[in-house]
Design a protein around this ligand. Structure first.
Ligand code: DON
Length: 309
């Protein structure tokens, strides 16, 4: 067990901060351009509820693709593994997160995994509810449980900004609708997906989400199983194999921590039974991962011996 007191995250953060100027803030969702490219924050939390943070750990940012592990957990809780994986695969792609190519070249048109956009859209399509208001309320309730914060909400500005510009995601949806991977109205699904991606957290809240996964779905604070153990394990496995998209292999070698990134610059990480990690730094590399965020996780992993391999 690593003790928080001996972890000098401020020194690691200062080292990683040098990398913020090597990346670019996402601009394809116009609202995300407003982020401050030099921000870097980290929070870590242990099962005994000790928390430590450094840098811009209180800045709110949207989950973006980090929401994909959360919607996956909820969809499996709703529909069961058999149904979910009849429509979405379990294999890494090696392609960018928004690529359409594998949908066209695979026989069944089934998206290869739930972490790429096509797979995540298919998963969001499985969340139960009579209407989007109810589905979004269920998603928000779940994130509020995971973060232990009833005030969690989403940014309407970011959701609308994505909805107005998400032409590629729409084409993924229409392709999947044609091939019976998704049901219902594409615009309604896009509306729910963009709201899901726009759920706002800070590093502390993200670290708490990481801790729940690190504890295989169990919340040690409220002594409550929030996600069935086998589902939390599936989500964590996807973090290892697909969490950083087509950088997942290199990330596994350099860092070796189950993690999931988002284009807002967030990264959630989990150390089995020990720690949840929330990182924010909006300057991204060309694959859409936070450049200083990944560096910070690499430094932390090396210092604390967190590499799971
Ligand atoms: O679907 C999109 O393009 C975004 N809402 C989420 C993409 C994302 O976060 C990719 N991550 N690095």
């Amino acid at each position: 067990m690593n003790s928080l007191e001996s972890m000098n995250i401020t020194a690691l953060l200062e080292e990683a901060k040098k990398y913020t100027n090597k990346g670019k803030v996402a601009s394809y969702i116009p609202e995300l351009k407003k982020a401050n490219s030099t921000d870097l924050g980290i929070a870590v939390i242990t099962p005994d509820n000790k928390m430590m943070s450094a840098g811009q750990a209180d800045v709110k940012f949207t989950l973006q693709s980090i929401s994909k592990v959360i919607s996956l957990a909820l969809a499996i809780m709703d529909k069961g593994t058999e149904f979910v994986f009849s429509r979405v695969g379990m294999e890494p792609t090696g392609d960018p997160f928004n690529s359409i190519i594998k949908l066209e070249t695979s026989d069944s048109s089934k998206p290869l995994n739930p972490m790429i956009n096509a797979g995540a859209l298919a998963v969001t399509n499985m969340i139960e509810g009579e209407c989007n208001i109810e589905r979004m309320e269920r998603l928000l309730h779940f994130v509020r449980e995971l973060t232990n914060n009833p005030a969690i909400t989403y940014s309407n500005e970011v959701a609308k900004s994505e909805l107005e510009t998400a032409f590629l995601n729409r084409s993924l949806c229409y392709h999947m609708k044609q091939n019976h991977i998704i049901d219902g109205d594409v615009e309604e699904l896009m509306d729910l997906y963009t709201m899901q991606c726009s759920i706002e957290v800070n590093c502390h809240e993200l670290a708490r989400i990481g801790l729940i996964f690190a504890m295989d779905g169990y919340d040690p604070l409220r002594k409550k199983q929030l996600i069935p153990r086998h589902i939390a394990k599936i989500c964590k496995t996807f973090m290892v194999t697909c969490g950083m998209y087509n950088a997942s292999g290199e990330f596994a070698i350099r860092v070796g921590i189950p993690a999931k990134s988002g284009v807002s610059g967030g990264i959630v990480g989990c150390i089995k039974g020990e720690m949840g990690i929330g990182i924010y730094s909006p300057a991204l590399d060309e694959k859409g991962n936070s450049i200083a965020g990944m560096k910070l996780l690499e430094l932390l992993s090396a210092q604390e011996g967190f590499n799971m391999f």
